[in-house]
Design a binder for this molecule. Structure first.
Ligand code: GLU
Length: 423
């Protein structure tokens, strides 16, 4: 099926928020929570839309739209990244903030979910324009965020430099040094050791556990990684180091596949800062084609809706580990589950990012910084126990791993709302 046709199919199906709500409903029913709990959890408690005027390098002014969604703060401050992407929508940011509540619940962090986004394409903006946009966004949302209210972090196309500008702007507004306002900062500004690679490392930790269940050894396993940004590129490196054969990777322009394995060191050395590398090759295939190639494990690490009704029947992998947020549609999840493919859902698989963000916030609050080994050790404990909690829930309640993850993730927030007397 052509990429155009697949896009049409997705446009006709449920929105990200609607399909998330369906799983939330299922999970809450299994947990015997009432309808009111669902009513409160199906949408964010607070959602802010802002318009940000930015002086461009040519002297003109461009007005950007930004969002911040605070899904639920019954457990504690809301937490979640900010993405810069031309396809950002209100609906997507709402769904992403709900997923953050679930991730924080699964990993037992004292946070609720939040998420932000700006509709823009940083690939076509200068360094200075991105700085002015980042600072403008913080000025626009400063009333509702803060180290004990809502703590942002990196997400698609934002990095430690963007976090540094945002922290600086917030500290100026509040007239005090406020490293705990945002996580994913550079080390010299109070960042945590290991934060940048933490999402990928967490994915590898749960991939190991899931592979054991499927009788796959990571050493020698053939892996396809979709996306070569922060998560995708670190994943390629870690899995390559662990002896896996990376047979396919992709970026926004296309994909590369070689059944003998790709030259990962070359790809890592030659990608640009947005993870683009396929432009250096002539034998490029499409992202959709890549997912149907022969392999043991697929790790989608790009954007939403990549495994869908259009390509699900061509998938050969026995294990899918969702490093990206929302890469598999509900329908595709159903079909793959029926075929016996194990899907480690996004809210579990990529939660290593927010876990180390939590460590960063703790270190900022106490002013005492941990060694890299300590971060890894603590992360591993949380990722492995979260995986087994969800796997046991899935076996005991006879639900798939996604529903089980939502159950584990939503139980605490539902109880917290009850204790507070909200429902
Ligand atoms: N953006 C990341 C996520 O989707 C990290 C969020 C955070 O560190 O707060 O989980």
């Amino acid at each position: 099926m052509s990429e155009m046709k697949i896009k049409e199919l997705i446009a006709q199906s449920d929105s990200l928020l609607q399909s998330t709500q369906q799983v939330v409903k299922q999970a809450l029913q299994h947990l015997h929570f009432d309808q009111v709990t669902y009513e409160l959890l199906k949408e964010p408690l607070r959602f802010l839309t802002v318009r940000i005027p930015v002086k461009m390098d040519d002297g003109s002014v461009q007005v950007f739209t930004g969002y911040r969604s605070q899904h639920n703060d019954a457990i504690g401050p809301t937490k979640g990244g900010i993405r810069f992407h031309p396809d950002v929508t209100e609906d997507e940011i709402k769904a992403l903030s709900l997923w953050m509540s679930i991730k924080c619940g699964i990993t037992n962090l004292p946070f609720g979910g939040g998420k932000g986004g700006i509709v823009c394409d940083p690939r076509n903006m200068s360094f200075n324009e991105i700085e002015r946009l980042s600072r403008g966004y913080v000025r626009a949302i400063s009333q509702i965020v803060g180290p004990t209210k809502d703590i942002p972090a990196p997400d698609v196309f934002t990095n430690s430099q963007v976090m540094a500008w945002m922290m600086d702007e917030y500290s100026r507004i509040r007239e005090l040094d406020s490293p705990g306002f945002i996580t994913g900062k550079p080390l010299v500004l109070g960042g945590s050791a290991g934060r940048e690679s933490s999402t990928a490392l967490g994915v590898v930790m749960v991939t190991k556990e899931a592979a054991k269940l499927k009788g796959i050894s990571l050493e020698g396993a053939k892996v396809i990684i979709q996306g070569f940004g922060n998560a995708g590129s670190y994943l390629a490196k870690f899995l390559h180091d662990a002896g896996s054969i990376i047979v396919g990777i992709s970026d926004a322009l296309g994909a590369l596949y070689n059944p003998e394995g790709l030259d990962i060191d070359y790809l890592l050395d030659n990608r640009d800062s947005f993870g683009t590398v396929t432009n250096l090759f002539s034998d490029v295939i499409t992202n959709a084609e890549l997912l149907t190639k022969e392999c043991d494990i697929i790790i989608p690490a790009a954007i939403e809706n990549q495994i869908n009704e259009g390509n699900v029947n061509g998938i050969k992998a026995k294990l899918i580990v969702e490093a990206a947020n929302g890469p598999t549609t509900n329908k595709a999840t159903e079909i793959l589950n029926e075929k016996g493919v194990l899907i480690v859902p996004d809210v579990l698989a990529n939660s290593g990012g927010v876990v180390v963000s939590y460590f960063e916030w703790v270190q900022n609050n106490q002013g005492l910084y941990w060694e890299h080994e300590e971060v890894i050790e603590r992360l591993e404990k949380i990722m492995i126990s979260s995986f087994h909690k969800i796997h046991s829930m899935s076996v005991n309640k006879r639900v798939n791993m996604r529903v089980a993850a939502y159950m584990v993730g939503l139980e605490k927030v539902s109880q917290a709302m009850k204790w507070r007397g909200w429902v």
